[in-house]
Design a protein around this ligand. Structure first.
Ligand code: KG4
Ligand code: ZN
Length: 395
């Protein structure tokens, strides 16, 4: 089955084409085409993702990305297509909220054969609704003109599945397999909008074990980075500062101490706004930190976050008796978090299989949407009426 997947939930516009086979026990994915444009540089100026701008950029990027992905997948065949008046009108209506998109869409589809794909997968949520709508409407227009079914994908399920995917070496295309997953599976999902512990007892069925009561971890990283005068997105910047303190071997000098919120509470929930406020007060009291002191603060912040994430995950592991632990979402790119979890699992929970996405699959992309799209299409979960759902949850 060939899946064309579309991701526009936040600040990455991405389209991938993946040939998938197998079933829920053992599946294989060959990435035939993968095209992505990151808007990070554009949003950096605003210190965060600006929804109206994200929406405009997605609308501008989708047709060129579709062309690039189809071309790479060798599925782009030139041919003049006659468009029926009625179809044209319906598509104009579907794409009417995105200025310029309908024109670019018609220019493209009227010059190429409908590609040999079996289904279109699109992120329906969670994310920024104006941004999600662009991808959804684009998917609806493609489905209509090429007569293909659509599956709606939960972005967070994509993050879980990309952590479970292992890369197969020696193949011409990037090839991923998902197999031998032992349930129950516990996933710690950490991103700019999410911090949650989710349990999968049955394949692709979820229960919420814990979640943040206020800020998401990525949001805390981004806000603290901003307080330290670092650019958006702040996670990688804080990580860089903190790692340089570790490599200089200065970890014993701890001039700052930050709280580890909610650690003593008997719950798997998180809270990060107090930690952020603690940094704010600390900076108010010490307004002229040297570069070195800022490094120590970043280091202590990263340690505090990691301590909380690990302790809550440990609690959830013992409560759920999970056999597999997944780390997913943009923050799982963090070196210190990856290292800490790897060491802790190796030393204290050797029977638990830890699955962390490869670097390329950690940040938002459309391959992860294709993985989820495959399982959903295999279950024939096709949709006709599709809406963006900013708060879509797994459980
Ligand atoms: O999953 P993602 O790409 O987008 C959302 O769905 O939110 O996650 C983005 C978040 C941002 O808050 C960013 O600062 C954070 O992931 N992030 C990191 C790192 N790389 C990205 N946080 C900590 N350390 C990193 N290395
Ligand atoms: Zn994400």
């Amino acid at each position: 089955m060939k899946i064309l997947a579309i991701e526009t939930s936040c600040d990455e516009t991405a389209i991938a084409i993946v040939a998938a086979s197998g079933d829920e026990k053992q599946a294989q994915f060959r990435v035939l085409g993968n095209a992505l444009i990151s808007q990070i540089a554009i949003h950096t100026e605003y210190g965060g993702v600006f929804p109206a701008l994200a929406k405009r950029e997605h609308a501008k990027n989708l047709v060129p990305l579709l062309e690039a992905a189809l071309e790479e997948a060798e599925l782009l065949h030139e041919d003049t297509q006659a468009l029926e008046e009625e179809t044209r009108d319906r598509i104009s209506e579907i794409l009417s909220r995105e200025p310029g998109l309908a024109e670019a869409f018609f220019d493209f589809v009227s010059e190429c054969e409908p590609p040999e794909i079996d289904a279109i997968a699109v992120t329906a949520g969670p994310g920024l609704e104006p941004a999600l709508w662009v991808g959804i409407n684009f998917a609806r227009a493609l489905a209509l003109i090429w007569d293909k079914p659509i599956v709606a994908v939960n972005h967070m399920e994509g993050h879980i599945l990309s952590a479970l995917a292992s890369e197969q070496p020696d193949s011409e295309n990037l090839t991923l397999t998902i197999d031998a997953v032992t349930l129950p599976l516990l996933a710690l999902l950490i991103s700019g909008g999410h911090t949650e512990l989710v349990l999968m007892r049955k394949w692709l069925t979820y229960e919420l074990v814990g979640q943040t009561r206020d800020d998401a971890v990525g949001e805390a990283f981004d806000k603290v980075a901003r307080m330290l005068g670092l650019p958006y997105p702040g996670g990688p910047e804080i990580s860089r500062l903190a790692e340089s303190v570790r490599t200089r071997g200065e970890t014993m000098i701890a001039p700052f101490e930050l709280p580890r919120p909610m650690l003593s509470e008997a719950t798997c929930d998180f809270s990060f706004s107090g930690l952020k406020t603690a940094v704010l007060y600390l900076l108010k009291k010490n307004p002229h930190l040297s570069e070195e002191e800022r490094g120590h603060l970043a280091h202590e912040f990263e340690n505090a976050v990691t301590d909380v994430l690990w302790k809550k995950t440990e609690r959830a592991l013992s409560e759920t008796e999970a056999c597999t632990l997944v780390l997913g979402g943009g923050v799982s790119a963090n070196t210190h978090i990856r290292r800490t979890f790897t060491e802790k699992i190796q030393n204290d929970y050797p029977a638990v299989a830890l699955r962390i996405p490869s670097a390329a699959l950690t940040t938002d992309n459309a391959i992860m949407i294709a993985l989820a799209g495959f399982y959903r299409a295999n279950r024939k979960e096709f949709v006709t009426d599709l809406a963006a759902s900013g708060n879509l949850s797994l459980a």
